[in-house]
Design a protein around this ligand. Structure first.
Ligand code: SAJ
Length: 426
């Protein structure tokens, strides 16, 4: 099995594929990026990136200028193929592996003996062996023998992708041991973390377990927040103090769980055996319902919702990113609109949202009875409340992230309500 690698084809140039392609190009390989989106391809060939990650624009510009990285809409022959395409869920929460299957079909005609194919997209158990391998074997080559096939999930935290891609340990799940070994040789080119070798299906379930753990943990934090509010306690203090236990790591309450991973990935496990997975859907429901609790608390602060304006501060799914996919902010906005509230929406980073974004923060809060902080962007954490006090109809803020300096806001004349902090008033 030839494991000489000079060229890599990365299929899917999103939040994972593009940093991966750039890091492999930086390691000295010739990398061909593939994406269906012509604009992404043209931008990349011009040395520009559509993904805003620290260090990525510079790395892309440098590797494109060096001729190490280029892009196309079409797959071409290479020594290694990496699949980094989206894997959403269908409306019934079943996994949608359509993009993965399409990528495998696009690779198959170009597959040669000795090639390595790596699937990085988050997928349901047995997708590598049961979906990708058969499609690639349409080439007449045998998976794990004539060509190598490995599942190697990413763990990057959007907003710090390049650093995490190099630093984090990775799980390398080979269809065969030689497949895992070849993938380890590839990732050693830029991964400083340890590479943990296992089989492909174990690696698929590891990835899903990581994100499902996070979702269940957040659901517990969110339930504790509602309980503490009822008890007149501060849930954030409860979490902080509980985490001083050497074996407790409670996550933070919030307005809900967004992003294209945490709300989605748990369903890939549930789909395998819904009758077994009873905790996971319950946790999903708790997190899914959290925006409704935010709306309830906001409405309780409005004497006359139908005659009120509310400013929603932040629609990105988490702090300091420009990504609003699956954001809980949309459910908050919809709930307020359903109650007849006039809603202004502001976010300093997001460009694309399901509602018009008010670009000026002062305009968004002008005449508002409440400001509801949904995303703890740095800009909001550092806000001078006096700037808003001057233009708001009433000075009330609902902080769903416990990220504002309550004393400073109260000194500016604000009534400060924090999600998870009693006394229960609603
Ligand atoms: N959230 C909370 N409370 C918390 C942490 C997060 O409410 O204590 C919310 C966030 O506000 C956000 C959502 O959960 O709406 C998801 O945020 P996240 O910080 O979990 O991050 P993601 O989705 O950007 O990245 C996760 C990470 N997975 C884990 O930490 C186990 C990342 O390492 C994965 O690579 C990524 O999913 C992925 O792509 O799978």
């Amino acid at each position: 099995m030839s494991t000489v690698v000079n060229t890599v084809c990365v299929v899917g140039l999103g939040h994972v594929g593009l940093p991966t392609a750039a890091l492999l190009a930086k390691s000295g390989l010739r990398v061909f990026g593939v994406d269906l989106n012509e604009q992404v391809v043209q931008g990349l060939n011009g040395g520009r990136t559509h993904i805003h990650e620290p260090g990525l624009p510079e790395l892309v510009a440098e590797t494109v200028r060096q001729g190490k990285l280029s892009a196309s809409t079409k797959v071409a022959p290479a020594d290694v193929f990496i699949i980094t395409v989206p894997t959403p869920v269908n409306p019934d929460n079943s996994p949608d592996h359509g993009a993965v299957a399409a990528a495998a079909r696009a690779i198959m005609p170009h597959l040669r003996a000795g090639n390595l194919v790596v699937l990085e997209s988050t997928v349901g158990p047995r997708t590598t062996a049961g979906l990708v391998a058969p499609i690639l074997q349409g080439s007449g080559l045998r998976a794990g023998e004539d060509f190598l096939l490995t599942y190697c999930p990413e763990r990057v935290l959007p907003g710090n992708a390049l650093a995490e891609m190099a630093a984090n340990d990775r799980v390398v799940g080979g269809l065969t041991p030689s497949s895992a070994e070849a993938a380890c040789q590839l990732y050693k080119r830029f991964v400083k973390g340890r590479l943990h070798v296992t089989d492909a299906t174990t690696a698929e379930v590891v990835k899903l377990s990581e994100n499902t753990y996070r979702d269940v943990n957040i659901a517990l934090a969110n339930e504790l927040a509602l309980l503490c509010q009822r008890l007149g306690l501060d849930a954030w203090e409860v979490v902080k103090l509980a985490n001083y236990h050497p074996r407790v790591h409670l996550l933070q309450p919030g307005p809900g769980v967004g992003g294209h991973c945490i709300p989605v990935d748990p369903w890939f496990l549930v789909a395998v055996a819904p009758e077994l997975m009873r905790l996971v859907p319950t946790a999903r429901q708790v997190n899914h319902d959290q925006p409704r609790e935010v709306v309830r608390q906001a409405l309780a602060l409005l004497p006359d919702p139908r005659a009120s304006k509310v400013a929603v501060l932040g629609v990105a799914y988490k702090a300091d990113v420009e990504d609003a996919r699956e954001t809980p902010a949309l459910d908050v906005v919809r709930g307020l609109e359903d109650a007849g509230v006039k809603v202004a929406v502001h976010d300093p980073l997001v460009q694309d949202f399901a509602r018009p974004l008010t670009r000026s923060l002062v305009d968004a809060v002008s005449g508002a009875s409440i400001a509801v902080l949904v995303t703890d962007h740095r800009e909001y954490r550092e806000l001078d409340p006096a700037q808003l006090a001057a233009v708001m109809r009433s000075r009330k803020v609902l902080d769903t992230r416990h990220c504002l300096d309550a004393e400073r806001w109260r000194a500016a004349g604000f009534e400060v309500v924090q999600l998870g902090v009693g006394p229960e008033r609603y």
